[in-house]
Design a protein around this ligand. Sequence first.
Ligand SMILES: C[S@@+](CC[C@H](N)C(=O)[O-])C[C@H]1O[C@@H](n2cnc3c(N)ncnc32)[C@H](O)[C@@H]1O
Length: 213
Amino acid sequence: MAPHFQEVVGIDISECQLEEARAVTGFNNITYRKGTAEELPFPDASVDLLTAASAAHWFDQQRFLLEAGRVLKPCGCMALLGFADNFRLHYGSCGDRLTDICDEFKKVLLPYTSTRVAVANTKLQELYTAIPFPDKERIECIPLKQQISVRNIVGFMESFSMYQALQRAEPDAATALLQRTLDRFLKEMGVTSPDTLMEVTLEYFCVLASKPE
Ligand SMILES: C[S@@+](CC[C@H](N)C(=O)[O-])C[C@H]1O[C@@H](n2cnc3c(N)ncnc32)[C@H](O)[C@@H]1O
């Protein structure tokens, strides 16, 4: 967004996320602040675009929508994006088996899975319905295919909130699950290097809305 706007403010409740973001330098018009989507540090009718990536399923929907209505300028836009957790892996002829390994990983994590993950998997249906602006649209499937190393797909799975919950509850079991998943990927692919590339397909969704004039 930096090249397209005079001022960009990134907000997250997590100091760790903000540290990661601040480590990316070179954009003088971006600042970061600790805060929440439900209490935004902006005056009324001052924001052109309010956007959130893979985060809106965590928000208190009613309070967030009220806050969005307050801070957006007339004709200002809201764009919320994310992805469902039905991603698929591809590598030679063993893609289905790699995807099965992911599904088994997610199954082990079911007891640790927040209901908020289900909200993301509905592609924000309820939040979309509750948006009070008449000009709105929900795009349910924007397919994205990208190359990713075995190491990084396992890193992606490690970042899941339900994996983090298991790690807090049972650190040894969590580490073993991750290692077992990495080993199974490599065995299925018939390779030894975690830097080997596979392909992942993700279904992104996007909720768009514009505040009336
Ligand atoms: C999956 S991460 C996405 C992070 C980042 N937006 C990105 O695309 O890489 C979800 C983020 O939402 C943040 N979050 C959750 N609830 C929030 C809230 N109510 N207000 C602001 N941020 C929130 C979490 O701290 C976390 O960093």
